[in-house]
Design a protein around this ligand. Structure first.
Ligand code: NZQ
Ligand code: ZN
Length: 394
């Protein structure tokens, strides 16, 4: 294990009926005005909005609604939320949704109490805003990102054409009721769960390669995700599978798997930059990119890819060289992606600035060369290799 410091800031309430059982006890800790934040309206259609609103009413809270948070939330939306939070002097932001709503609210919570500009401070000045964020609580309605148990928020700055993570505020509490995910359209369920698998893989494929407990837990999480995605393929509303996947989501991105590890996350950087220019869905973009990227780095990361093939996909080693075994593991991942109905090509992505236009090769090159290159990959990427990977995905 590498040296590490670990601390946990979020209290989690998990299970059926958790909002009714626990939300009021949390609400008592915060000021009288609550900002109820949500996305494009799914929470109104599935009854979650009225369930949450009734608990807020019973607790005598004044409610300010902040709605319309879009998938891949924009920095402009963050500023809208921050202005609202300031105007009504809210004591708690309650984010009800998936990664997009929770991420947006994390940055709203910090921006509302910071006199400067959070993006400028973090991304341009490489500093952390000197302000205490408004307390944040999350109620998860679609799982996969793990945003409910970490302090990062992924935001698209449309002016600068960058989608990236900002650090702000981990939720003080998160409520995870697997039944809330039952109304999520099935392709989005698969997309979210693949995001979870991706987080576990991005963490696993990183040094150290020698024995460490984080990789053992990572393998257990990956096997659980694969097994439970297969259950959902046969039985979409299986509660046991939904609940396992919901906790896998939190486990894969709450920092536990990263303890004592260097992580990769280059596939995330590629997908995020695609999302800055196009309407790329996060989990689906990751599904296309992973096998192609892994074939580019397999030789540099050979021992871990061999372990992945054996321990995650249970591929027998007999009669295979290490390279053959490692490639068989990547093939198994690619086959699983197809089995789940997830895409294998980046086709039909539409440009954000002109939604009637499909992604062009010229834009793809610009996206490749503006992708952040992280130091944790087994093989150091370059803009030209990322461009090659993108082209192989088309
Ligand atoms: O907007 P509404 O109407 O609510 O619809 C949403 C949205 O269209 C819908 N949905 C959510 N709950 C539902 C539901 N539909 C029916 N029933 C329900 N119960 O699902 C759609 C997708 O929601 P979204 O929040 O965008 O999905 P996800 O949770 O996958 O979040 C994706 C965002 O999170 C970022 C991604 O980059 C992306 O911007 N990530 C955040 C991370 C983090 N903070 O740790 C890590 C991830 O790697 C990721 O980058
Ligand atoms: Zn992700």
């Amino acid at each position: 294990m590498e040296n590490f410091v670990f601390e946990y800031p979020t209290k989690v309430y998990f299970g059926k009926g958790a909002v009714k059982s626990y939300l009021s006890s949390e609400l008592k800790k915060y000021g009288e005005t609550v900002m109820l934040a949500y996305g494009g309206g799914s929470v109104k259609r599935n009854g979650v909005h009225s369930e949450v609103l009734s608990v807020l009413g019973e607790c005598g809270k004044k409610v300010v609604e902040f709605s319309g948070i879009m998938p891949n939330p924009t920095y402009a939306k963050v500023q809208e939320g921050a202005a609202l939070a300031r105007e009504y002097n809210v004591g708690l932001i309650l984010a009800v949704g998936g990664g997009s709503v929770i991420d947006c609210c994390k940055i709203v919570a910090l921006q509302a109490n910071f006199s400067g500009d959070v993006w400028e401070e973090e991304i341009e000045k490489h500093s952390f805003p000197a302000a205490a964020p408004i307390p944040l609580g999350a109620i998860v309605t679609v799982s996969g990102t793990g945003s409910e148990m970490n302090g990062g928020g992924v935001i698209t700055n449309e002016d600068k054409k960058i989608k990236t993570g900002l650090f702000a505020a981990a939720p003080r509490f998160s409520i995870l009721d697997p039944e809330y995910t039952m109304s999520v359209p099935f392709p989005q369920v698969m997309s979210g769960t693949f995001d979870t698998l991706s987080h576990a893989m991005e963490t696993y494929f990183g040094y150290p390669n020698e024995d460490n407990v984080s990789d053992d837990i990572g393998e257990a999480v990956m096997r659980s995700v694969i097994r439970n995605m297969r259950v959902l393929l046969k039985d979409r509303n299986n509660y046991t599978a939904r609940s396992n996947l919901m906790w896998d989501s939190a486990m894969a991105e709450n920092g536990v798997l990263k303890i004592g590890k260097k992580t990769d996350f280059e596939v995330h950087m590629m997908e995020h930059q695609l999302g800055a220019y196009t309407d790329c869905n996060h989990g689906m973009g990751l599904a296309v990119l992973h096998p192609v990227y892994y074939r580019h780095i397999v030789r540099e990361g050979l021992p871990k890819f061999v372990r992945f093939a054996k321990n995650v996909w249970e591929i027998p080693a007999e009669g295979k060289t290490d390279v053959q075994l490692a490639l068989a593991g990547i093939d198994a991942l690619a086959a699983f992606i197809k089995e789940c109905g997830l895409p294998s090509h980046l086709t039909e992505l539409k440009m954000k600035d002109s939604p009637e236009k499909l992604l062009t090769d010229r834009a793809l090159e610009e996206i490749a060369y503006s992708t952040t290159i992280l130091p944790g990959s087994y093989k150091r990427m370059t803009g030209s290799e990322i461009y090659e990977i993108f082209k192989e995905c088309m």
